[in-house]
Design a protein around this ligand. Structure first.
Ligand code: ZN
Length: 381
């Protein structure tokens, strides 16, 4: 019998944004994972959701808090979450977020609609997140992980043939049989590596114009306005038809949270309808660009089909934007059962095209808006 007895996946309805939590029951112990906490149109909902969540796990520890990227709608609820955690004695083991260059951070901070504290979080994530949550911080670069582990899980071994835990991040050891730890659940971040290559030309041009700013930490006001001016100028020259968001929405962590074993199946209690038997893993996509074949293929190669086969529930890319989704993306998830769309109509999200692609792949389409939150429980017996 599996060491995992149940998985509770909650996508909180916070409008256009994301707040996702999960509890994995491993032999009576609960392992908690959080992915993003923010909303661009419903701060109040995020605050309430953070509060309710923290109360439900009072005194426990969140193993991983993963930030897909630093757009306001994915991080502006973190301050409420930190507060709620303090009030309820919830601790955080490790925070995982994308690693950005100082210049990336600067441009993002400038584009942020948030207040000063949010800008400081973008510019100094290690310091701010460390202060707020007292957790270890891991910033993941695009090519940090390489192919995460393409061998079938369970066959990883070192030079002596002894089984090793592998190169994955965030696996949880469990004593399955007395004294024999084995990895039963893993949380694996993936950041599309070529995004930084793609914008290399752009950054080098910008750096040429701003020679003194390439190592900047916290800029002065004069630096800020100079960078903003140059940024817009260079962006327009390089890509005349791009919008501001095209230049600030770079690296999103796609997160696999699921079993290490092949094809673990359980009962999925989707928000509507009868329980269905299906794969018990989850994939979060943040604002990743999966409208393009090569980004999908890179993700698929890195995470490996053995993981993608385990994905039963997916958070659809970029709130159901048509540009960030493709039939090819959904085709990589042969066992997907439920697709959640975290949008309330802002920017036209979720789009009919993106929802249709998910539905065509066999997923139940679940829009999660600011009026409700959806729970997806997965149980194994
Ligand atoms: Zn977003």
């Amino acid at each position: 019998m599996s060491a995992i007895t149940s998985v509770r996946i909650t996508q909180w309805g916070v409008g256009h944004g994301g707040f996702h939590t999960q509890s994995i029951d491993v032999k009576g112990e609960r392992v908690h994972v959080v992915y993003d906490c923010g909303s661009s149109d419903s701060a109040r909902r995020v605050e309430d959701a953070a509060d309710e969540y923290a109360r439900s796990i009072a005194g426990e520890r969140v193993e991983r808090l993963v930030l897909s990227h630093f757009d306001d709608d994915h991080i502006n609820g973190l301050r409420y979450l930190a507060d709620a955690f303090r009030k309820n004695d919830v601790t955080v083991g490790r925070i995982v977020a994308p690693l950005l260059t100082p210049l990336d951070r600067l441009v993002l901070a400038l584009a942020s609609e948030g207040d000063r504290s949010l800008r400081r979080l973008i510019l100094e994530p290690e310091a701010v997140l460390g202060e707020e949550f007292g957790a270890e911080i891991q910033l993941v670069a695009g090519n940090d992980l390489g192919p995460v582990n393409n061998a079938p899980l369970g066959s990883d071994s070192d030079s002596t043939g002894r089984r090793v835990r592998g190169r994955v991040d965030g696996g949880f050891d469990v004593n399955e049989d007395a004294g024999t730890p084995s990895l039963v659940w893993e949380v694996v971040p993936y950041v599309y590596p070529a995004i930084s290559n793609e914008r290399g030309r752009y950054w080098s041009r910008l750096c040429e114009k701003l020679p003194d700013l390439s190592d900047v930490g916290v800029p002065s006001n004069a630096d800020v306005s100079m960078v903003l001016t140059e940024h817009i100028k260079v962006a327009r020259e390089t890509r005349p038809n791009s919008r501001k968001s095209d230049w600030t929405n770079f690296s999103s962590i796609t997160l696999y949270s699921g079993p290490t074993g092949p094809s673990t199946v359980g009962w999925i209690h989707a928000p509507r309808g009868r329980p269905i038997a299906g794969a018990i893993g989850w994939l979060g996509t943040g604002d990743s660009r999966y409208g393009q074949k090569r980004t999908v293929d890179a993700m698929s190669n890195a995470l490996g089909l053995h993981r993608l086969k385990n994905v039963g529930v997916v958070g659809a890319p970029h709130h159901g934007s048509a540009k960030n989704s493709s039939a090819h993306f959904w085709s990589q998830l042969p066992n997907v059962m439920v697709a959640t769309f975290h949008a309330s109509g802002r920017h036209g999200h979720p789009t009919i095209q993106a929802m249709r692609q998910a539905a065509d792949s066999g997923a139940a389409v679940v829009p999660v808006n600011d009026r409700s939150y959806e729970q997806c429980a997965v149980t194994l017996r």
